[in-house]
Design a protein around this ligand. Structure first.
Ligand code: GDP
Ligand code: MG
Length: 294
């Protein structure tokens, strides 16, 4: 059998479970997850290796009708991706009638020539009898090579989705060696995990105001650990206070959670220093966004 390899974009509106799906497929956290929309900011790659081929998945920021400059940038990142891949996976929630955002994406997908697969996620949340009407609704809009219900949360049917995707990949040589699951540098992975903990721990107090920069990531062979210096940028003095917390408690908690997860992921022990700095209106500062990789 010929070896297949190619690129697949995971697109959809915010919060449908794109990042959860990617992490499940590659079997490791490469993309951060939260129940708050717009957590994924960049294009994140995850590589799935199978005996008969390899798929490089791109997780993308949610596509939505964006109003702020920063959000428009993220939507552009997602949309530019769909023309550069071999396959598009359009992830939706199990709604019988596609909403405004999903209709917007359906329209964007119409013009692309590559195969498209409709992925109906979170089916663990609905009665099985609802599935037929959903498939009918999207089926009528046509254009999908396949439509498949899954649960990225429990892993239900994900294996089948992967084999459908593999069958749609072109024949070709692998792009990555077998031990590579992402092309993200460790530094970036680390900054994303720290950002996830900020969103998780500060909950409703802190919206999307934090950018994370790993200033130093150094292996220390003598102490047999990695030393990290990290700066968290916020937009206002008041946000700095929230992030640091009473007696530095919040920052400590964020650091501890991030460190533990990274140590598990990388298999090394980590010494992490976190600093908080105010960078006024960073999300509207083009040069800063570029520096941060957005
Ligand atoms: P994204 O914005 O599309 O990347 O969505 P995320 O992967 O960050 O997930 C958004 C929320 O949906 C998180 O709270 C996930 O835990 C949840 N979620 C993802 N997949 C499933 C699923 O299959 N079932 C259920 N019940 N929840 C899910
Ligand atoms: Mg995401």
């Amino acid at each position: 059998m010929a070896y297949r390899s190619g690129f697949a974009a995971i697109v959809g509106r915010p919060n449908v479970g794109k990042s959860t799906l990617l992490n499940y497929i590659v079997g490791q956290k490469v993309s951060i997850i939260s129940d708050k929309p717009q957590t994924t900011r960049n294009r994140i790659s995850g590589v799935k290796h199978l005996p008969d081929g390899q798929i490089v998945f791109f997780d993308t920021p949610g596509i939505h009708l964006a109003h702020t400059h920063f959000n428009q940038k993220m939507v552009q990142t997602a949309l530019s991706c769909i023309h550069e891949v071999d396959l598009v996976l359009f992830v939706v929630e199990p709604d019988v009638v596609p909403g405004e955002q999903d209709t917007f994406i359906l329209d964007r997908l119409r013009s692309i020539k590559q195969p498209k697969v409709l992925v109906i996620n979170k089916i663990d949340l609905i009665k099985p009898s609802l599935l037929m009407p959903i498939l009918d609704g999207y089926g009528k809009r046509g254009g999908f090579s396949e439509m498949i219900p899954i649960s990225a949360g429990t892993g239900g049917n994900v294996e089948r989705l992967v084999s459908i995707a593999m069958a749609l990949m072109p024949e070709g040589e692998p792009y990555f060696p077998e031990d590579v699951v992402t092309d993200q540098p460790v530094r970036f992975l680390a900054s994303e995990i720290i950002r996830e903990k900020v969103v998780l721990k500060t909950r409703h107090e802190m919206p999307y105001a934090v950018a994370v920069s790993v200033e130093e990531y150094k292996e220390d062979p003598v102490k047999d650990r990695v030393r990290m210096q990290v700066t968290l940028y916020v937009e206002k003095e008041s946000q700095k206070g929230i992030l640091i917390g009473a007696a530095g408690g919040m920052l400590k908690e964020i650091g501890k959670a991030a460190r533990e997860e990274l140590e598990g992921l990388l298999g090394v022990s980590i010494y992490m220093e976190l600093w908080v700095k105010v960078k006024k209106d960073w999300s509207r500062n083009n040069r800063f966004l570029k520096e941060m990789g957005y």
